[in-house]
Each structure stands twice: as C-alpha cells, then as structure tokens.
Design a protein around this ligand. Sequence first.
Ligand code: PXL
Length: 303
Amino acid sequence: MEESRKQNENQILDTTDQFEGSRSILRQKKAALINDLSGLGRCSLSVQLPVLSVMQIECLLLPTCVLSNHTGYPSFYLRDLTEDLDPMMAEWKKQNVEVDAIVTGFLSSEKQIHHVLHFLDLFQKPQTLVVVDPVMGDHGKAYPTITPALQKAMRTLTDRADVLLPNLTEACLLTDTEWKEQFSRIEIEAMAVRLTEMGARKVVISGIEEGNKICDCTLEKGRQVHWIESQKSAQMRSGTGDLFCAVLTGALLHDQSLEQAARMAGDFVRKALDVTEKLNVPDEEGTAFEMVLCDLCPQCEAK
Ligand code: PXL
C-alpha cells in the first residue's frame, strides 16, 4: 500500500516533460495572485486560477475587488475591497505564508498600489518572482476605472517587478508615449528599454499586431531584445493578457527562460482564441480557454 502510494507520488513528481529539464515540481510552488474577481467575461482571477492550477502551482488569492462582469461590458457593478486588503494580508502573515511568486493585476484605485507595495514588503524575499501586469487598457484606450492618479502610481510598481507584462497600450501609458495605430519595432524596443530603466528587470510587451502577425517583444535588462512572432488568426479579446500572464508565470516557476515562457504563453493564448472563434463566442465573453486548458497540464494524455 505504502509502496504504491510512493510510486504514484513519484509519477506525479516526475511528469515534467513539458518543462524540459525542470525539476522544480519536486516541491510544489505557490503563487499569490492579487487581482479582481469578475463574475462574467473570463478575465483576471477566474482565468488565472485554473491556468496556474493545471500547471500544478498552488494559488493564494487576494481579490482587489469583485465585479459583476469586466469593465468591457456596457455597465458593471464593482465592490471595492481596498479596506479588506490589509486585514487579509495580516492574517496571511500570522499564518506564516511564504510564496514563490507574487502576481499583480487589476487594481481599482491608486490607493490599492500602496497596499500592493505593503504586500511586497511583507512577502517578497530575494528569491520571490514578482510579476506585474499593469492592467490599464487596450487598443490605445484606458479602461473606464483608470484615473490619471492610478496611471501614475502604477509606475511605482514597475520598479518592484522582476517581470513587467504590459500590452502596447499599457507600455505607452507607463512611458508617457502618445498612442498611435502603428509603432515601428525600434519604437517598441525603446519603450521596453525605458521600462527597464524605470526598474523592471524583465519586460514582455505582448500582443503586438504586425500585419498578419502577432508578436511579443521580450527584454532582460542589459541584454538583447527578442521578438517572438506567430501567425495572427483571431482578434485579441478581454482576458487574453490575464491568460498570457498566468501561463508565463507558471512556465517561469517551472524554470523556463523568459523567451520559452513567452512563447508558451503566446501559443496558448492563440490556441484559445482560435477555438473561441470557432465556437462563435461573443467578444465580451472572453476566450473559451477551458477547451484547450489540458494543453498546459504536464500529465494530461488528451493533448
Ligand atoms: O483583462 C483585463 C481586465 C481585468 N479586470 C477587469 C477588466 C479587464 C479588462 O477589461 O475590466 C475588471
């Protein structure tokens, strides 16, 4: 009995083929996710939790606010949880919580940035991976909840980021670059460099549309820029940045390089978008990522 339990456990610990060379699964890793909980529309915590769970990462959830649906719908109801953040993290501290990664996402006000900084002061250790997704907008437009004060305060988070994950709109908002429909690669690379100068150790500007291609630009401070390209098959939708962030974080926790992690994240998002289009899902409802989720599971045989 004991023998078979051990065998089973070893099997679980050994099925890391997808993450070539990785042995990190020998200890299950934990990620704290600081993000909103939107009831409708498949974004934020409701997509990041399943993605990271299937990648065998334990998730600890700190919701910044609860919404009826994401802000891309014509209207939404938002219950702000700013006042609850400190008491929640104080309880975590009492429980001696330790995490391998801290992932930040949608914040409802600039006040919440200060609470996130406090969270980092409490839980960030030298080895902790801090992933900052500066969720602020898309297609050149800021989301309706983004005030100039929040936009400015978000810059203080870039300084704490091991990995900063803006889309092109957010890279513009962080670097005070005026939006335009078409940026050259040189202009985008300059923004990535600027973001490292603002403190981020690694930057991935994701979902850059270039004709019939979709590209991600990765930069590790002081290194060369890399471009990851793939064929664009479907329009980006709400929640794709959150999916990208979760897959990339999971891959990094499985010891993948930044390029490998960005490639894996981009491939997953594009596959999710393809199936979403085939299913004729309305735009607001985000991606039908559930249909391809098993791709991320190291043990799944249905791939
Ligand atoms: O996917 C980004 C995102 C996260 N959270 C909320 C949003 C959006 C984008 O619209 O509205 C609440």
